[in-house]
Design a binder for this molecule. Sequence first.
Ligand code: ATP
Length: 330
Amino acid sequence: MAAILIENLRKSYGRTVALDGIDLSVPEGSITGLLGPNGAGKTTVVRILATLLRAGSGRAEVLGVDVAAHPRRVRRLIGLTGQYAAVDELLTGMENLVLIGRLFRMRAAEARRRAPELLEAFELTEAAGRLVRTYSGGMRRRLDLAASLMTQPRVIFLDEPTTGLDPRSRRALWEVIERLPRDGTTVLLTTQYLEEADRLAGAITIVDRGRDIAHGTPDEIKELAGGARAQVVLADRADAERAARILRRHGDGPPGIHDDSVIVPVAGGYAVIPGILRDLDAAGVRVSDLSLRRPSLDDAFLALTGHTTSTGEEQGHARLGDAQEARAER
Ligand code: ATP
């Protein structure tokens, strides 16, 4: 049985179409990534599954339970963690977890037994007695995730869990998320970080403008972008147009110019490299680096959608979309 099943899900906010017929199936015990740029509809999917929002039409089920027909039953099965930690600043880490447990009607003794286990698992034991106000962003996210696991949900939604975290905190959270399926927990992870989906998710569904446009393992998705690419880094970026004309002759598709690099899809793999170098050399184009690389998820996204996603580098991590800073400041 699929832990999460969505069929032809639609949702509009006034005239804005947020979901335009999405399908999704998440196997039990897996981590599945919902990858897409800002505004693609990821949060809307999660909010419908978490019974916080009603769909316009279509079907959404969690462990076989219809979210629209039985929202209370669904709520007992799920956990939700968002981008903004929902923990109380004026309580300690331990107090937060016990409180959450009590709110979900756990017995006091059970809440007091489970809370330290989770604090230990998320490396928060030392900070357990400190007010959350003194926690770093990464510690808050870990506590927030721990809070959503107090009731041992079978399905957990992680909505952009690492957005705004520094690389070290992000990696620490990844290690925690990676372990969740070991207890049979199913994870639906939304992210705009390509690297995050690649690292954590066994399967990825790419969403764009309210539609699912591709589904597969990270490697299968990359395959959709076609074969390898040759990337030439120029000593002088003024040579880019000239280099692109030369690469067009050797490539398997149109070359693209990115800053001081020219990238072209190549069908023949390494065999094309000597010819490229010879022709660039003959034209007097100086090359500071030349490499052959497999397509990235970002290449796949561009190939699939046909529109640019202005991929940025933030803290060394590629992402889709560029409204991240605006969001982090909100
Ligand atoms: P993000 O990465 O920014 O969270 P997302 O993929 O989660 O993006 P959604 O938040 O689901 O995208 O938004 C999908 C579309 O619906 C966007 O065009 C957004 O502007 C719009 N939208 C979302 N919530 C509302 C709302 N409450 N009222 C009006 N429009 C909304």
